[in-house]
Design a protein. Structure first.
Length: 171
């Protein structure tokens, strides 16, 4: 998805700059974005070298524009997209990436987001278990039927909708 976004952003810019084979270069850079960390740089470098044979100034413009677009994608779009996919705030994703890079280098960057997602999931599980324990212990209803728990609004027991309905006896 990020490679597609990169290609989608670069192709019109290359068209505006009148880059020969701009569509091909944009798609190449977008395709190489699949390779973590270095793919985009390799694609930008390849396009710059090929363009340098024709026009060095156009090659420098392509490098500058491509790096700007890549930074916008990496700093703005990618954290928001990853945040929606894994449920983390973009700020926490950036912090996880920085900590991962500091502690583990390239490998730390690669495992930072999945590891932070696991930590978030474990935190949510522990928090829901604590809330369930508080709900069960603080109810004050001794011997309440299974599936009933007190309502915080009026203190009356309410039914857990995930449990099957209890069978009623008819007289």
């Amino acid at each position: 998805v990020l490679g597609f976004i990169m290609a989608l952003m670069l192709v019109p810019v290359f068209g505006f700059l009148r880059v020969p084979f701009g569509l091909l270069f944009g798609l190449l850079i977008g395709l190489l974005e699949v390779i973590p960390l270095v793919g985009g740089v390799i694609g930008i470098g390849a396009a710059a070298v090929l363009l340098a044979f024709q026009d060095i100034w156009l090659s420098l413009k392509v490098v500058l524009v491509s790096l700007i677009v890549q930074q916008v994608k990496d700093r703005v779009i990618a954290p928001r997209l990853m945040g929606e996919l894994i449920g983390l705030n973009p700020v926490w994703i950036l912090i996880a990436l920085l900590v991962g890079a500091q502690l583990g280098g390239i490998l730390g960057v690669i495992v930072a987001i999945p590891l932070s997602s696991v930590v978030k999931s474990l935190y949510e599980i522990a928090r829901s278990a604590d809330l369930a324990a508080e709900d069960g212990l603080g109810s004050g209803v001794k011997g309440s039927p299974q599936g009933l728990r007190p309502s915080s609004a009026n203190g009356e027991p309410r039914r857990d909708p995930t449990l099957p309905k209890p069978e009623t006896q008819q007289i």
